[in-house]
Design a protein around this ligand. Structure first.
Ligand code: SF4
Length: 326
């Protein structure tokens, strides 16, 4: 079913965030047509009395004026130039972006203002904007995280139903890296009994290395009410044999304890070392994320004052064979 798009202007573009590893977020859309079964935004939707079941992602709000509003907010004297996390509550490169180009418009404003930002996405459409990303990263800290929890076809198809194949994301990662932009992967969420198998995690980390990933971080599934009901009903349909395991693991808690987290964390850290994925600078991550790369300074780049005119650098954009969802 094609989603409905509601063109609704916004009053503010930047959202103040508490309890996360970043202070500001930006979401040009609300709702996500990717409809991942594990999406933690379902929990927020339920708290807001909006549908968190199969209807989540069928009605997308398009903030048609978000670019102009962002430009005004960044021009305020009170704005301190903090890092802005793009995509914490919806994918900025979901199919609607192909038509509305709001994420691209926001990136252009951020580049003009030399404001640092990070992007998290499952959408290979990001390669369309590699020219803006390259320009922005000459002026400020910029980082792109591709969510790649698994390369297993069945797990991907059943849990991330409307997303591009994770190998397309990795090809996009390679393009972003070729353009000189910091980028890596978030293996998130790892699903116990499914994507936590060592050979599957090794496949992901090796493929990320081959694509030039600069960092890798991971987290495990957490199941708040809203996400919990939807994920568990899909699990019962697709992997009924795992339902007792999940009932035991997530009984009376949303997050897994350290005893479950640690082995996955160690495994991914060892894989990162084995495949020689370099460590780069700190990247804001969603709650529950576990850092497995050691932050260090990136290669030195000459500082550019915010007020200076943009340095023109042409970045050749090669067309990828993208099979984006309709
Ligand atoms: S891509 Fe991200 S925001 Fe969209 S449904 Fe999946 S987890 Fe949620």
């Amino acid at each position: 079913m094609r989603p409905e798009y509601r063109e609704e202007p916004c009053r503010s573009a930047l959202n103040r965030v508490k309890g996360m590893m970043f202070n500001w977020s930006l979401n040009p859309y609300m709702g996500c047509a990717h409809q991942c079964t594990f999406c933690y935004v379902r929990a927020f939707e339920k708290r807001a009395d909006r549908p968190s079941d199969d209807r989540y992602g069928t009605s997308i709000r398009v903030k048609t004026n978000v670019v102009e509003v962002l430009r005004r907010e960044l021009a305020r004297k009170s704005w301190r130039g903090e890092v802005i996390a793009i995509g914490a509550a919806t994918d900025p490169y979901q199919p609607a972006e192909g038509r509305y180009r709001l994420t691209r418009g926001c990136l252009e404003v951020l580049a003009e203002r030399a404001n640092p930002f990070s992007i998290i996405t499952r959408g290979p459409m990001v390669v369309r904007d590699v020219d803006v990303l390259a320009e922005a990263s000459l002026r400020a800290k910029v980082s792109v995280t591709f969510s790649v929890p698994t390369l297993d076809d069945r797990i991907w198809r059943l849990t991330e139903p409307n997303t591009a194949h994770p190998r397309q994301r990795l090809r996009a990662l390679a393009r972003v890296r070729e353009a000189g932009v910091e980028a890596g992967i978030g293996m998130a969420p790892i699903l116990p009994g499914l994507s936590d198998r060592p050979e599957l995690m090794a496949d992901v980390v090796k493929a990320a290395r081959d694509a030039g990933a600069g960092f890798v971080w991971t987290n495990l599934l957490y199941l708040r009410s809203g996400t919990r009901e939807h994920f568990l009903s899909n699990l019962a349909r697709d992997w009924p044999e795992l339902v007792p395991t999940y009932e035991r693991l997530y009984r009376a808690r949303d997050y897994l304890p350290k005893s479950e987290l640690e082995p996955v964390r160690r495994e991914v850290a060892e894989l990162r070392d084995r495949f020689g994925i370099g460590a780069e600078r700190h990247v804001p991550k969603p709650p529950g994320a576990i850092e497995v790369s050691v932050p260090q300074k990136p290669p030195a780049r000459p500082p550019r004052p915010a007020a200076s005119p943009p340095r023109r650098r042409r970045v050749p954009v090669r067309q990828l064979a993208l099979e984006l969802p309709a």
